[in-house]
Design a protein around this ligand. Structure first.
Ligand SMILES: [Zn+2]
Length: 492
């Protein structure tokens, strides 16, 4: 009897197992996703399994035309958005970053549709956001496809530092597409960023862009060019896949030259103006070295292509996905040391900004302090401990001591808006770097790198909070670090 029951139970289990297995068989396999498959080209071979993590992220399918004569970018995009907020949504908010005063540009919407239905929207947050009203609420896990027509306009600007616009033969168009806002605890985030901090707060997305531009223009963007076709006349259309990206950057110039190198699985390009060939080659070497070092220390950069591009940023730099813009003022031979430092810093942001995101408005130290400090390992591994110690002294210790002497010291953990512009970099970058140095000294090199590899793995393609980073260090170091955290980050 007992045996009989046991045999029956085995049969039932086997039958259920077969039914379950057939439920996962090839007949019911999810249909191939051509959009996702095309994104494969933007990922290095060892990270292509990451596509499984990116199935539900926002998708932008963009067709746009760049007109170099009047500095406009016009086009349309279909945004596929899965409501992963856990709440029904009555509206969707798009950010229009070029309308920020520090961008000196313009971005407007011409039409928004869901299928055939034209939707209404209203501008808010000083025109840096458009709130699109949905006729019916979007349920949790429901997918929405929005068709958005847009027009962006840049200006020719006679300034040393040009974030968005044209200067000295270089047209810089970062964050020029309408981008989904992020959804926080209080709803859609429509922060107006201070000019002394970074503006873009965005979830990782996948972009597929068909960008038409004059063939006389070298066009450099986030991602990998899939194909280039003639668009009629003297224009070319670049079909681009971004890979995982929080933004889509475009930089163009008629004179840009390029050199390339390989850094592990990633192809690195350096674009430069003809007068800066030596600087362009130096930047290539530095970027490739930084990528190799950071790949080893933090885990691989997933992007198949990475570009360093001379941009009208004076002696500053700016990070975008797969793209680091380096100020044209740094390419002169006299500024070669600063060029190297900026390149080492901006390359680091591919890990701490694009791959693992954080809130650049409320906790800018989390990527800036970390990225800044990690340049020490670039210098230590390439040039030795003495050079890394000198970097620490000149870049971080002296500015931090100066803050204290001038009575301007503050904790590193405040929002950008709470710092005076004049003190922002000394506190968030220099003192921020010293905080990470204090962490490393407390737990040792091995635990420090282990923590960052774990943080990279666990928060890849997500936005991590300060507590997530602290936890990674505490777990790898096997000891609490809250005293250090309270002292440096909160000023307690
Ligand atoms: Zn930075």
């Amino acid at each position: 009897m007992k045996r009989g029951v046991a045999a029956l139970a085995v049969l039932i289990v086997l039958w259920c197992g077969l039914v379950w297995l057939s439920g996962c068989g090839p007949d019911d396999a999810p249909p191939p996703d051509p959009f996702l498959e095309r994104q494969r080209a933007a990922l290095v071979p060892s990270c292509q399994d990451d596509l499984a993590l990116l199935v539900g992220v926002p998708r932008y399918v963009v067709t746009a035309t760049l007109n170099a004569a009047d500095l406009t970018l016009t086009g349309r995009q279909t945004i596929r958005y899965v409501n992963r907020t856990g709440k029904p949504l009555r509206d969707i908010v798009l950010r229009l970053y070029p309308n920020l005063p520090q961008y000196i540009g313009g971005l407007g919407l011409d039409e928004v549709r869901r299928g055939e239905k034209v939707l209404e929207w209203s501008y808010e947050a000083e025109d840096t956001a458009a709130r699109v009203i949905l006729p019916q609420p979007l349920a949790p896990q429901e997918t929405l496809a929005l068709d958005v027509e847009f027009h962006a306009k840049a200006q020719a600007i006679n300034q040393d530092y040009v974030l968005y616009g044209q200067a000295r033969g270089l047209l810089s168009l970062p964050s020029t597409l309408p981008l989904l806002a992020t959804f926080g605890a209080d709803g859609w985030r429509v922060d107006i960023a201070e000019s002394h901090g970074d503006a873009v707060l965005a979830d990782v997305a996948l972009f597929e862009v068909r960008l038409t531009a004059p063939e006389t223009l070298a066009v450099v963007t986030t991602g990998t060019v899939f194909t280039t076709t003639r668009a009629g006349g003297t224009r070319l259309t670049y079909h681009i896949v971004s890979g995982p990206a929080r933004d889509f950057g475009i930089l163009a110039g008629p004179e840009l030259r390029v050199v390339q190198a390989q850094a592990d699985e990633t192809t690195v390009y350096s674009y430069y103006q003809p007068a800066h060939a030596d600087g362009g080659r130096a930047a290539l070497w530095q970027a490739a070295a930084a990528l190799r070092i950071y790949n080893r220390l933090f885990g691989p950069c997933p992007l198949a292509e990475f570009k360093i591009v001379e941009a009208p940023l004076g002696v500053r730099g700016m990070e975008y996905p797969g793209l680091s813009l380096i100020g044209d003022g740094l390419y002169a031979p006299a500024n070669r040391d600063d060029l190297e430092f900026l390149v080492a810093h901006e390359v680091g942001h591919q890990w701490w900004y694009n791959l693992v995101g954080n809130d650049p408005l409320l906790s800018p130290w989390q990527d800036e302090g970390l990225t800044e400090y990690n340049t020490a390992f670039y210098y230590r591994l390439l040039y030795g401990q003495a050079r890394a110690a000198e970097l620490k002294r000149v870049r971080w210790t002296i500015p931090t001591e100066s803050l204290v002497k001038r009575g301007r010291d503050a904790p590193i953990g405040k929002p950008v808006a709470d710092y005076p512009a004049a003190d922002y970099e000394a506190i968030v970058y220099a003192k921020g770097a010293l905080f990470f140095d204090a962490i490393r000294q407390a737990i040792g090199d091995e635990a420090y790198f282990k923590a960052l590899r774990t943080y990279r793995r666990d928060y890849a393609y997500r936005i991590a909070g300060p507590a997530d980073l602290l936890r990674a260090f505490e777990q790898a170091g096997g000891r609490p670090l809250d005293a250090l955290y309270r002292q440096w980050v909160r000023g307690e």
